[in-house]
Design a protein. Structure first.
Length: 416
C-alpha cells in the first residue's frame, strides 16, 4: 500500500501555489513558494540538515552562477544591446522575431544548454520589446518551448541529457543523439512556431523597427564580456570535437569548469565585478537549492517508486518511459526523475532507443506545464526581475498541452 506522507503533501501544495501564485493582494515568487516548502520539510524533520546539504547539486548552481555573471556583464556593459540588434536587425514584425527565437535559440540550446539560453534569450527579448510590450508573452512562450524542444537534440542540451549520456555508457552520445533525434526535433520546432503564431497571430503582425544601440555603456566591460562569451563557445566546441579523438584532453573537464573559466576574465579584471555579482539572479539560485532539498525529502518517502512497483508497469517500454517521464517530471522535476529511472533501465540492459525515450520524455515534460523544467522558471524570474510579466500557468498550459502531445507523437514515430 502506497503511503501518503508530509513531503508529498507539501509537494502538492507547492505545485498548487506555483500555479496560483497570488493570494489576495499578495503575489508570491516561485522561489519563495518552493523555499517555504523546503523550509517546512526541514523544520518538521522530514529531512535532516545534513541530508539537505548533501542533496544540493553544487555543479548546477556553479554552472548557473557562471552563466549569470556573463549575462549580467553583457547587460550592464551594453554589449547585449549590440548582440540583440545583430540577431534581430532584419526582423520586420513580431512574426519574424518569433521565427528567429524558435529556430535560432531552439537549436542553439543544443550547444549552450537550455538554461543558458533561458537567461540570455529572455534578456534579448526584453530589450527588443521595450516599445512593444504586447509581444513579451508570445515571444517568451516561444523561447520557453523552443529551448525545451531544441535541447533534446544533444547530450549537452540540458542537465538530464548529460546524466543519461555520461552514466548510461552510450557509445558516441553526440552522434547517437543527432542520428535519431535531429529530424523529429526540427519537426517539433516547426510545431512550436506554428502554434505560438496561431495563438498570438494578431499581435505578432505588429510592425517593428529594431534600432541599433546608440553607444556601449562600458567599453572595457563589454570587451571582457565578449571575451568570456567567445571563450565559453570555443571551449564547448573544442570539448565536443575532442570527444571524437583517440586522446581526449578535455574528457575530465566538465561544462561547469568551462563556464566558470569563461567567467574569470569578468570576475578578475572588471572594476564592476561586485556590482555584477550582487546583481546576479540569486532568487533563481535559491529556487534550485530549495528544489533539491524538497525533492530529496520526497525521494526518501519512496512514494513514486512504490507507485510504479505496485502497478506492475512495464518500465522499459518506450511509450511507458515517455509517459512516466512527462508526468513525474511535473512533480519531482526532470533531473531527479532521470536519477530514479536510469538505474532501472540499466538493470534491464535496454538498448539505445529506450534511453533516448527517457531523454525525450524527461525533456519534453518542460513543455507541458512550466513546473516541468527549470528553464521555464528562469525565464519567469528573469522577466519579473525586470518588472515584466512573462506568462501565467494557464497561458503556458494552453499551448503547452497540445505542443507536448504533438511532439510526443512525432518522437514516437521515430523511436518506436
Amino acid at each position: 500500500m502506497v503511503q501518503f506522507s508530509i513531503p508529498i503533501g507539501v509537494l502538492l501544495v507547492v505545485f498548487l501555489g506555483i500555479a496560483i501564485r497570488k493570494i489576495g493582494r499578495f503575489k508570491l515568487h516561485i522561489w519563495q513558494i518552493v523555499g517555504l516548502g523546503a523550509l517546512f520539510v526541514i523544520l518538521t524533520g522530514q529531512i535532516s540538515v545534513v541530508q539537505s546539504f548533501k542533496s544540493i547539486d553544487f555543479t548546477i548552481l556553479l554552472y548557473l552562477f557562471g552563466v549569470f555573471v556573463i549575462g549580467r556583464a553583457l547587460d550592464i556593459s551594453g554589449y547585449l544591446d549590440k548582440l540583440a540588434y545583430y540577431f534581430f536587425r532584419y526582423a520586420k514584425n513580431g512574426k519574424h522575431i518569433l521565427a528567429i527565437v524558435v529556430f535560432c535559440f531552439g537549436l542553439s540550446s543544443a550547444l549552450l544548454m537550455n538554461d543558458t539560453l533561458a537567461i540570455i534569450g529572455t534578456q534579448f527579448i526584453l530589450l527588443i520589446t521595450k516599445r512593444n510590450r504586447e509581444l513579451i508573452t508570445p515571444l517568451l512562450l516561444g523561447l520557453a518551448f523552443a529551448i525545451t524542444v531544441g535541447s533534446i537534440l544533444s547530450p549537452i542540451g540540458n542537465p538530464q541529457n548529460l546524466l543519461i549520456a555520461s552514466l548510461s555508457g552510450m557509445h558516441n552520445p553526440l552522434t547517437t543523439f543527432l542520428y535519431h533525434l535531429t529530424l523529429p526535433t526540427l519537426i517539433s520546432l516547426v510545431i512550436v512556431y506554428f502554434l505560438v503564431n496561431w495563438k498570438y497571430k494578431r499581435c505578432l503582425q505588429t510592425p517593428m523597427i529594431i534600432q541599433p544601440p546608440k553607444f556601449i555603456a562600458d567599453i572595457r566591460l563589454a570587451r571582457l564580456a565578449k571575451i568570456s562569451l567567445i571563450l565559453m563557445l570555443v571551449l564547448i566546441l573544442i570539448k565536443l570535437i575532442a570527444g571524437y579523438l583517440p586522446w581526449n584532453a578535455l574528457s575530465k573537464i566538465g561544462f561547469v569548469d568551462i563556464v566558470l573559466l569563461a567567467a574569470l576574465p569578468i570576475l578578475l579584471f572588471s572594476g564592476k565585478r561586485w556590482q555584477i555579482v550582487k546583481s546576479v539572479d540569486w532568487a533563481t539560485l535559491i529556487f534550485f537549492v530549495a528544489l533539491f532539498i524538497l525533492m530529496a525529502a520526497v525521494w526518501q518517502t519512496g512514494f513514486f517508486q512504490s507507485l510504479i512497483s505496485q502497478w506492475h508497469i512495464k518500465i522499459s517500454h518506450i511509450a511507458v518511459i515517455v509517459c512516466i517521464s512527462v508526468i513525474l517530471s511535473q512533480f519531482i522535476s526532470n533531473v531527479p526523475l532521470v536519477i530514479l529511472y536510469l538505474p532501472l533501465l540499466q538493470h534491464l540492459h535496454v538498448g539505445t532507443l529506450p534511453l533516448l525515450a527517457l531523454v525525450v520524455g524527461s525533456t519534453i515534460a518542460g513543455s507541458l506545464f512550466y513546473t516541468g523544467a527549470a528553464s521555464n522558471v528562469i525565464i519567469i524570474q528573469q522577466a519579473e526581475k525586470h518588472k515584466h510579466h512573462a506568462f501565467s500557468f494557464l497561458e503556458f498550459a494552453y499551448l503547452g498541452v497540445p505542443i507536448t502531445v504533438l511532439c510526443i507523437m512525432v518522437y514516437w514515430v521515430f523511436l518506436r
